[in-house]
Design a protein around this ligand. Structure first.
Ligand SMILES: Cc1cc2nc3c(=O)[nH]c(=O)nc-3n(C[C@H](O)[C@H](O)[C@H](O)COP(=O)(O)O)c2cc1C
Length: 325
């Protein structure tokens, strides 16, 4: 097993439009030890776009991986270099996204059919940076859905020296399913991911897909090195506190209210930089599941005053008063 600079036992998945810098800052406040990922950023966007907007983050979010989308080895290598210069701790290549937009650029999940191309991209990125270059894939695509296909993919990519793989334990169906359906319809086959770990014990294998509870994380950790949580972490952020306590065994002792209060200064600083309050509050809706006042909390953070020009963190403080009132 490679010596890794950070604890990667549990991570929050890269999620477009969800795991932006505000979300990550919020997640980091809840769990100091969880490993975080950006949303996918495509290599052409980094080369031609506004880098501060695409890559900017707070030091507090670290350890943090930048996920890249692309299939051009030279471009990806350049972007990996840019990511390392910006201070990211890992560069991850997306080989799991099934959206049409991504397929027309020939990257994401369709790259699983071209393990040699992935290997070439990873090798080019590794030459450019000294931080880990990792891969996030599915277990297969379309009719390439047997275990040997996955094994060949991992074997080919691992031959570059890449030793950290994150595997979403369901295949992607490239035609006919929306990205959302592709996260729900193809069955989860955790056994494929467990077998990869058995056959490649020297690799760090993280399992992803459908994991919702600390108990489930504990079960998977008996078979693999890490677990990545997507939707459950976003929809129920306080799960990260349970992970901090039960998995990392380093409880912070904070209450959800205290975390929200710690977000007030962050939200106001975002406003000073010209941002909107709702950019920050939209990630905090799921903070009080099942508690009295949770519906009013969510309403206050999504509609009305929060959207008005000049709205500041007092909107959040006021919303907090609904909880258990
Ligand atoms: C809104 C949303 C956006 C996503 N965007 C990305 C992305 O940018 N890159 C990626 O590799 N996966 C993306 N995914 C997939 C997740 O990283 C993860 O693999 C998937 O949700 C399964 O994990 P879960 O069952 O824990 O949610 C996205 C998922 C969601 C829900």
């Amino acid at each position: 097993m490679p010596a890794l600079p950070f604890n990667r036992k549990v991570s929050v998945a890269p999620m477009m439009d969800w795991t932006d810098r505000h979300c990550r800052y919020f997640h980091r406040l809840i769990s100091p030890d969880i490993f975080l990922y950006t949303e996918m950023v495509t290599s052409p966007a980094i080369i031609h776009g506004d880098r501060e907007k695409l890559l900017g983050f707070s030091e507090k979010e670290k350890p943090l991986a930048l996920q890249l989308g692309g299939s051009n080895a030279d471009e990806l290598a350049r972007c990996a270099g840019v990511g390392a210069e910006w201070g990211y701790d890992e560069i991850n290549l997306n080989c799991g996204c099934p959206s049409d937009r991504v397929q027309s650029g020939s990257f994401g999940a369709c790259l699983m059919a071209e393990p040699q191309t992935v290997a070439k991209c990873i090798a080019a990125m590794q030459r450019e940076v000294n931080i880990p270059v990792t891969v996030k894939s599915r277990i297969g695509i379309d009719d390439f859905d047997n275990y040997d296909f996955l094994k060949k993919f991992v074997e080919t990519v691992a031959a570059t020296g890449c030793n950290i793989f994150i595997i979403h334990a369901r295949k992607a169906i490239l035609k006919g399913l929306s990205p959302r359906e592709n996260r729900e319809v193809p069955p989860l086959i955790y056994d494929y991911v467990y077998r990869i770990k058995q056959e490649f014990p020297q690799l760090h294998i993280t399992l992803n897909g459908g994991v919702k509870t600390v108990d489930e994380i504990q079960t998977h950790l008996k078979h693999v090195d890490g677990v990545m949580i997507g939707r459950a972490a976003y929809q129920n952020p306080w799960l990260l506190d349970e992970i901090q306590t039960e998995i990392f065994q380093k409880p912070t002792g904070q209450t959800p209210q205290q975390v929200v209060e710690a977000m007030l200064a962050y939200a106001d600083a975002h406003l000073v930089r010209g941002g909107k309050l709702s950019n920050v509050t939209r990630h905090m809706l799921g903070m009080f599941p099942g508690q009295r006042g949770a519906r009013l909390w969510r309403q206050a953070l999504t509609a009305g005053e929060v959207l008005e020009p000049g709205a500041n963190s007092t909107v959040i403080s006021k919303a907090l008063r609904f909880i258990n009132a």
